[in-house]
Design a protein around this ligand. Structure first.
Ligand code: X8Z
Ligand code: ZN
Length: 618
């Protein structure tokens, strides 16, 4: 599965985090690190040999863990979970041993830059010295991901009727399509109640993760996560707050507009004139992006009625064909066709005969050619965009495979998430016409229609993404106790997103755990970073393509020049600190909300006009 740094695999497929074992350092390589005080300082040559051997050892264990995780997520059973936990445990142990040994070489004078960076990356890890605790840690991780993947809500059947259980995809469909507030509330509560089953596992997991982070000198696991951005954990947190403040006025305008429209739809008893919007009315199980309520909130002007979801269904576009559309976009930029094994080994539709983790993911099985996607694709716009996102991961994997193992990664994890999203920003009405998904007699919306839909997907997401890790950072820091999980989650949901729980929270609740990335322990700040970066990337690529019109109408489809710029970024992998990678591509050196603000500028004006009119009672 796509993961952050090889050493910080903080998702389940990726839980391969790091442990400090008691076995001789680098036992597999047959060479141990220098022992402090017992021998003289190591030489640069020794440091380089250590790094080389460590990379070989990590590569082998990573591939084993990836294969085990692939099987575990494609066939969820007790056994596959156990096998995955064991493979991740072996990797975790090696990571810890290597991290500890790396300390001895850190700070050596005259280390080549590349070696020094690798030694640093190796130490961005947690290590759990105790064998039992380490085993328990990976078992908890496997179990939580499995539990999330298999969770179902089984509503009380009416008398005489058979009990029907609803998996997440069925509940998500209700959230997206139903306009019955009672049905929405029921699906929402039904799903969120599922996470209580693994709340205690999560609490235990957090304690072990913190132990492992502290053993490596981090304050807690939140600090370890925040240290993955080539700056101090404090500087990263401050940076996120800075950009959030930059984009917040746009979010506030969108929120006020949507609330007004929903009040018209659902009535004043359900939707207040001011204050938070009930979370179950926003078209998404987590209220994280709101494009599914576009038809409820779109302007009354009726400029267009084209609906990509409908077009995909009407034209009978299969899951494979959707992936081929995405692939064709990447090849139009000069990138390679997907290898045959991608098509043979990927999972593209939901199997009916077994339990799988349907949350979309991209996999780099052998760190070479064996790239795959696992996704339960449905013919709708959301999944059409998501498959472009997933192929972004895959093309990053393919582009950096020439790098050494430790650099086969994104410049930071936000870069990895931003690649496919950047490409998807080019899915404009004119692009859809070019590839024949929009026909001559279809009526695309005008700029405001399109920008509004895009804002429902992208702008609504920002405070959600910010909140998820703001909450987790506090949980990891011990500032939020288990009995206050939901109290804190909803206080932050109200503060950042302006949304409210449809019914009061309870002390035993675990609403955060109803989100995949919490159950699978994958960091989420990456998506916040990605949602800013993708607009910075798009602005730079459109400039490179010679495009001078409004940013939101730009599509880089078929542009080789932009493609080359893009590929140069991908090929760097994690070999340079991310500000350098960003600079090479955009000329900028920091996260910046101004590209996103430029993109949505016409919409911001329009929203503010609408909100002013609504305030006057129109
Ligand atoms: O998890 C994902 C991808 C896989 S990395 C499908 N995303 C986040 C989510 O679904 O919550 C993409 C956007 C945000
Ligand atoms: Zn992703």
């Amino acid at each position: 599965m796509h993961r952050s740094r090889p050493l910080i695999r903080n998702s389940l497929a990726a839980v391969a985090l790091f442990a400090l074992g008691h076995s001789p350092l680098l036992a597999a390589g047959g060479q141990s690190g220098p022992k402090a005080g017992t021998r003289k300082a190591p030489s640069v040559q020794e440091a380089e040999r250590f790094v080389q051997q460590a990379e070989a050892r990590l590569e082998a264990l990573q591939i084993k863990a990836q294969r085990a995780d692939w099987v575990a997520q494609n066939f969820i059973t007790e056994d596959t979970q156990q096998i995955s936990a064991e493979a991740n445990e072996a990797l975790l142990k090696a990571n810890g041993e290597i991290a500890l040994a790396a300390r001895s070489y850190q700070g050596l004078k005259k280390l080549p830059e590349e070696t020094a960076r690798k030694l640093q990356l190796m130490q961005r890890t947690l290590m759990i010295p105790n064998d039992q605790e380490r085993a328990r840690f990976t078992q908890l991780a496997s179990r939580m991901t499995g539990a999330y993947g298999m969770a179902k809500y089984c509503p009380q059947p009416s008398p005489g009727a058979e009990r029907v259980c609803l998996p997440l995809d069925a509940l998500e469909k209700i959230m997206a399509e139903s306009r019955d507030p009672e049905q929405l509330k029921d699906a929402w509560i039904g799903w969120h109640a599922q996470a209580k089953a693994y709340k205690q596992d999560y609490v235990d997991f957090v304690a072990l993760a913190n132990k492992g982070s502290r053993a490596m000198g981090y304050a807690d696991t939140g600090a370890l996560w925040r240290s993955g951005y080539d700056m101090s954990p404090e500087a990263f947190a401050a940076d996120l707050e800075r950009v959030w403040q930059q984009v917040k006025p746009l979010y506030d305008s969108l929120h006020a507009y949507v609330r007004h429209k929903l009040r018209q739809t659902y009535g004043p008893d359900l939707v207040p004139a001011t204050g938070p919007i009930p979370a179950h009315l926003l078209g998404n199980m987590w209220s994280q992006s709101w494009e599914n309520i576009y038809l409820l909130v779109k302007p009354d002007t009726q400029a267009g009625d084209f609906d990509l979801s409908q077009a995909l269904v009407q034209r009978g576009v299969s899951a494979k064909a959707m992936v081929q559309f995405a692939e064709a976009f990447y090849t139009s930029l000069g990138m390679q066709a997907l290898p045959p094994s991608f098509w043979e080994r990927s999972l593209l539709t939901k199997p009916q005969d077994r339990e799988v983790v349907c949350h979309a993911s991209a996999w780099d099985l052998d760190l070479q050619q064996d790239v795959r996607v696992k996704m339960c694709i449905r013919p709708n716009e959301e999944d059409f965009i998501t498959i472009h996102h997933e192929l972004g991961h895959v093309y990053y994997n393919l582009a950096y495979r020439a790098q050494p193992v430790l650099f086969r990664n994104g410049a930071n994890d936000g870069f990895h998430e931003a690649i496919g999203d950047t490409v998807a920003l080019s899915i404009t009405p004119s692009y859809l016409q070019t590839v024949g998904l929009m026909k001559a007699d279809d009526r695309p919306g005008d700029d405001i229609d399109n920008l509004l839909k895009q804002a429902l997907a992208k702008v609504s997401f920002l405070p959600f993404a910010y909140k998820v890790d703001a909450w987790r950072w506090q949980v990891y820091a011990g500032q939020i106790k288990p009995q206050d999980f939901d109290k804190a989650w909803w206080s932050m949901s109200e503060r950042y997103q302006g949304i409210s729980r449809p019914v009061p929270w309870q002390a035993e609740g675990f609403d955060a755990g109803a989100k995949y990335h919490v159950a699978a322990d994958t960091s989420y700040a990456r998506y916040f970073v990605a949602h800013l970066l993708q607009f910075q990337f798009q602005r730079a690529l459109c400039r490179e393509a010679g495009y001078t019109g409004p940013l939101h109408r730009c599509s880089i489809f078929g542009n080789q020049k932009a493609g080359q710029k893009f590929q140069a970024l991908l090929a760097l992998g994690a070999s340079k600190p991310w500000p350098q990678a960003l600079q090479a591509m955009t000329g900028e050196t920091q996260l910046d909300g101004s590209a996103l603000i430029d993109y949505f500028a016409p919409l911001k004006l329009w929203l503010d006009q609408q909100n002013a009119r609504a305030a006057q009672g129109h």
